[in-house]
Design a protein around this ligand. Structure first.
Ligand SMILES: [Zn+2]
Length: 163
């Protein structure tokens, strides 16, 4: 006995171009009887293209409206958490590239900032000095200690100027 069933490829006539085409050339559509669209993929693509071209503003507004719905927000959040690892990886790569591209800019910026902190006897600069010669961490340094150190440095600078 010959199995004809497996050799028999289903065909369907497209409502748009009226061609008898292989069933695989139609998109799936659950609501229709045979589970396939009435229009072939090629025609559908063309129709969609023309629709999008003629309704740009309408589509833009629809998308904008959709993004504000709870469903869209939820899906976006879910997708964010699902892809958090790859998103973080991408962010790391992006910031690494940024740093490399702007290395000169960032280092000179930091150098200038540090100089300014030193000139102004800024807390950050004083903390740095204290940490260097102490077992305290930045957070553990009492404010009075910083003030005292600042006065000490002011005095030292003053003496340097007059000698
Ligand atoms: Zn067609």
């Amino acid at each position: 006995m010959i199995e004809t069933q497996s050799l028999n490829i289903d065909k369907k006539v497209c409502r748009d171009c009226n061609k008898n085409k292989d069933i695989n050339l139609f998109h799936n559509r659950q609501s229709s009887k045979d589970g396939k669209n009435n229009i072939c993929k090629a025609c559908k693509k063309e129709i969609d293209f023309i629709y999008r071209k003629n309704n740009k503003e309408k589509i833009r507004l629809m998308k904008q409206k959709y993004r504000k719905t709870d469903r869209a927000k939820r899906l976006k959040k879910e997708s964010y958490y699902r892809n958090i690892d790859s998103i973080r990886k991408k962010d790391r790569i992006r910031s690494k590239i940024y740093r490399e591209k702007n290395r000169d800019k960032t280092t000179s910026y930091l150098r200038n900032l540090k100089r300014k902190y030193r000139m102004d006897l800024h807390d950050t600069y004083i903390k740095e000095l204290i940490v260097k010669n102490s077992v305290l961490s930045r957070k553990e340094i009492p404010q009075e200690y910083i003030e005292a150190k600042r006065e000490h440095l002011k005095l030292k600078r003053h003496l340097k100027e007059i000698i």
